[in-house]
Design a protein around this ligand. Structure first.
Ligand code: FCB
Length: 442
């Protein structure tokens, strides 16, 4: 037997993550679809359109995921399909997701179901979206419905994906719908999404009483947090350090504090902040869903405060590739007191040039952190296949599989990385031979 560089704990989950709007195709009833029709909204001029046609092809997609040794799969339920108008639920969409969940089970994949992944039904967007507290109530109705409807098939739930990313991109940078540039609104939205997470967490525990996988627990609920590392670009410049700390305080620390203590305290100098206590938020994680991609180097006085350094490896979107970061982020996440589940990690790399090595190096660092005591339950790669990468369109290629968007059938072709991750998943370890093959420095 080949020697391993590191081994993962028994029962460690392996898999990939997706979200409905990015892969399904035909999601016409949400705010993203409407936004994509605006000229210039999507950088490469594409739109989600048919996306990957996963809506029709899910069963084959899951069969291949199983072939790669995956044991868990993260997907999201599209609220706008299930409830296209307030209080009116669509029977066909509801039945479709039952088929999707049954297919996952058939292929031996444990479903991890996200309830909010950036998109909103048009009727929610038109009523003021996440700036309105009423949206939290409407979302809670949706969560209650899903817990009752799908609780018999689902134990693992992710309430809200990346509240901080959504709030800043959509309400501060203005590059996602509703394209506002208002930091105060961004903080209000982030607070509402955090409250929504806390309340959804309690609802799931109340309503989903069925232990679908027979492990003794009917519900494991968490959120997914984009835990980017913020570091001063010039370590000798106190102002860079100050800015890095200030950004970290609102983007990371405040979010992590809220889900542990129940206290929402969001502030940006010169902007109306939010302070409120949400009792449901206190200790509202059965797992910490960790999304990790990169670190940001921060400069105080720069047109874009996040800068890149010459000579630093970058992915196709210009994000720094820093394989040690995944383990560092997992250690930080674990300080919240819940076990960590890596709900996203990946690289935009159309040519699959550096992904195999970066995946191996990241997993070796993660494996070693686990050996030193960081509790991590599993690793889900973003993504199973190339998909619609929001404002970057289809040019950003994050897939273990390449998707041909010029072909209406959307054929998928596995990249070498799919095989690399499959070998790790099947061995539940990184073997020395694999590390050497991909040129990993471990
Ligand atoms: C994350 C999102 C996911 C995908 C990846 C690349 O922030 O949750 O939908 O876009 O980035």
């Amino acid at each position: 037997m080949s020697q391993s560089v590191c081994r993962f704990p028994a029962g460690f989950f392996w898999g990939a993550a997706t979200s409905a709007h990015q892969v399904e195709g035909g999601n016409r009833w949400n705010d993203w679809w409407r936004f994509e029709q605006r000229p210039g909204a999507i950088r490469d001029g594409t739109a989600s359109g048919d996306a990957c046609r996963h809506w029709e092809r899910f069963d084959q997609d899951f069969a291949r995921a199983r072939g790669y040794g995956h044991t868990m799969h993260r997907l999201s339920l599209e609220w706008s399909r299930i409830e296209p108008a307030r209080g009116r639920r669509d029977g066909a969409a509801i039945a479709h997701y039952h088929e999707v969940l049954a297919s996952l089970r058939r292929h031996g994949l444990v479903p991890l179901v996200t309830l909010h992944h950036f998109t909103n039904p048009l009727w929610i967007a038109d009523a003021g979206g996440w700036e309105e507290r009423a949206t939290v109530d409407r979302f809670c109705d949706f969560v209650r419905f899903c817990a009752r409807e799908y609780g018999g098939e689902v134990d693992w739930w992710c309430t809200v994906n990346e509240p901080e990313v959504y709030a800043f991109r959509a309400y501060s940078e203005g590059v996602w719908p509703p394209a506002k540039r208002d930091d105060g609104a961004a903080l209000a939205v982030m607070a509402n999404l955090l409250e929504a997470h806390g309340r959804a967490y309690r609802i799931l525990h109340e309503e989903d009483r069925v232990d679908a996988d027979g492990d003794g627990q009917a519900v494991r609920a968490g959120f997914a947090k984009h835990l980017v590392q913020l570091v001063p670009d010039r370590w000798w410049m106190p102002l860079d350090a100050l800015r890095a700390r200030a950004e970290d305080a609102v983007f990371n620390q405040a979010v992590m504090r809220a889900v542990v203590s129940g206290e929402i305290r969001l502030g940006i100098p010169g902007v109306k902040g939010v302070r409120r206590r949400v009792p449901e938020l206190e200790r509202s994680l059965d797992f910490f869903g960790l999304n990790y991609y990169t670190r940001w180097r921060v400069r105080m006085f720069a047109p874009d405060p996040h800068v890149t350094r010459r000579g630093v490896p970058l992915n196709d979107l210009g994000w720094e590739v820093w394989p040690r970061g995944l383990a560092a982020a997992a250690q930080r996440a674990a300080a919240c007191g819940a076990p960590v589940l890596v709900t996203e990690h990946g690289f935009a790399d159309a040519a699959d040039k550096f992904r195999p090595r970066a995946v191996v190096e990241s997993l070796v660092h993660l494996g070693r952190a686990i050996e030193r005591g960081t509790p991590v339950l599993g690793y889900l790669h973003w993504s199973l296949m190339d998909n619609f990468e929001w404002a970057d369109g289809t040019r950003a290629r994050f897939g273990l599989e390449r998707v041909d968007f010029d072909d209406p059938a959307r054929p998928r072709t596995p990249r070498a990385s799919a095989g690399v991750l499959a070998r790790i998943a099947r061995a539940n370890a990184v073997e020395r031979t694999l590390a050497a093959e991909v040129g990993a420095r471990v």
